[in-house]
Write a protein that binds this ligand. Structure first.
Ligand code: SAM
Ligand code: SF4
Length: 387
């Protein structure tokens, strides 16, 4: 365990668990269904080996956050989670106030394991509630009901210091009035943090096929915009302002691990399809591992890790990534750090044009941020500034 006064840059560990009980028709995450089950002990050995290999490459670090994402990490045995955390602690120091988040699906089976995850060291849970309406849950292909989800939220509240949940909005047929009341109900259950995602039709998913065939109508742009605006208003009025384009928290309750990504910090990616950004010999490297779970397993068993991409990023690439991540945040970016990262300065003529349109603003503290009005066109704003 590291000392409380260690004052070094935050370092995060992302652990990807790629298995789900069923595949949701909108989802394009690296998630796989294995009806015959998996050899969890063998996978655990591979996670331990990949952590050891990564640590041997980068050396000592103080871990400020760990995030188990998926897939559905709540399908892991709590003893597997405990062993992974122990291995991380064996190779790196763990900050005394480390944040350890686990993504969970809100079914009763998984909620029963919450105490086990807490005992393993997890201190924050992120629940995939998705909707507080049974018909919508069914349409999203979810296997839980609203009752089951709220029961899981109640167990999370008793088991963890911190919890958050995800909802998907701009669903087929959803009206602003219906979303407003659903959101208010969510806030009354959510305590300190909510992730609110607009439904995205991802290519090559069953939803994309239905949408392409005209059988799945999502809200038009004006309605989607109205839904987004009311999301910001309702959350802010309830004391959970947006701190990122899709994330809302009581000030101080932000997800520190995700902040590390958006603030362009350093993190290791462990497990199938995990991405990392590692600083080795002063170089910032982008890493990716094999996505298919069994192929990843065999690679790790053969060579100690499942890494398939390991590229040094040019300063220009780093500058683009820095903007792409940092401009998602309400706190925006520090132009001086952008210069240090990219070797370029922000184009003030472009900033002035975008500010004139109300999409960005230079704040009195010198930071540059995208305004709430600019968030719906964030991609275009980033492309303009990075050009
Ligand atoms: C990778 S999932 C992991 C959580 C967990 N497996 C679950 O589904 O509850 C993370 C979150 O991404 C969001 N998500 C996934 N696909 C999405 C899509 N096409 N549009 C909007 N949000 C999506 C969901 O809210 C989900 O909770
Ligand atoms: S949304 Fe969650 S449960 Fe559904 S397939 Fe994706 S990762 Fe799995």
């Amino acid at each position: 365990m590291a000392g409380a006064n260690d004052n070094i840059a935050p370092f995060g560990v992302y652990v990807h668990w790629p298995f789900c009980l069923s595949k949701c028709p909108y989802c394009d995450f690296n998630s796989h269904v294995r009806h015959g089950g998996i050899d969890e002990a063998r996978f655990l050995r591979a996670y331990e080996a990949e952590i050891a290999t990564t640590a041997a490459r980068i050396g000592r670090r103080i871990v400020s956050s760990i995030f188990f994402g998926g897939g559905t990490p709540s399908l892991m045995q709590p003893s597997t989670t405990a062993a992974i955390l122990e291995t991380i602690g064996q190779y790196w120091s763990i900050a005394p106030d480390v944040e350890i988040t686990l993504e969970a699906n809100p079914t009763s089976v998984e909620a029963e394991r919450f105490r086990g995850f807490r005992a393993a060291g997890v201190n924050r849970v992120s629940l995939g509630v998705q909707a507080l309406d049974d018909a919508s849950l069914k349409a999203l292909g979810r296997t839980h009901s609203v009752k089951e989800a709220l029961n899981a939220v109640a167990i999370a509240r008793q088991s963890f210091e911190r919890y958050s949940f995800d909802l998907i909005y701009a669903r087929p047929g959803q009206t602003p009035d219906a979303w407003r009341s659903e959101l208010r109900r969510a806030i009354s259950e959510a305590a300190e943090h909510l992730s609110l995602y607009q439904l995205t039709i991802e290519p090559d998913t069953p939803f994309a096929a239905l949408h392409g065939a005209g059988k799945l109508a999502v809200p038009d742009d004006d309605t989607a915009r109205a839904l987004y605006d009311l999301t910001l208003d309702v959350c802010a009025a309830a004391g959970l302002p947006a701190y990122e384009i899709s994330n809302h928290a009581r000030p101080g309750a932000e997800c520190r691990h995700n902040l590390l990504y958006w603030r362009y910090g350093e993190y290791a990616g462990i497990g199938p399809g995990a991405h990392g950004r590692l600083i080795i010999d002063g170089e910032r490297r982008a890493t990716e591992t094999e996505k298919r779970p069994e192929s990843w397993l065999m690679r790790v068993e053969a060579s100690g890790d499942g890494v398939t991409v390991d590229d040094a990023l040019t300063r220009e690439q780093q500058g683009d990534e820095f903007l792409l991540m940092g401009l998602r945040l309400v706190e925006g970016i520090d132009p001086t750090r952008y210069e240090a990262v990219s070797g370029r300065s922000i184009d003030l003529a472009r900033v002035a044009m975008l500010a004139g349109d109300g999409f960005v603003e230079l704040m009195p503290n010198g930071r540059l941020r995208v305004t709430l009005a600019g968030f719906p066109v964030l991609d275009a704003v980033v492309a303009d500034l990075a050009a």
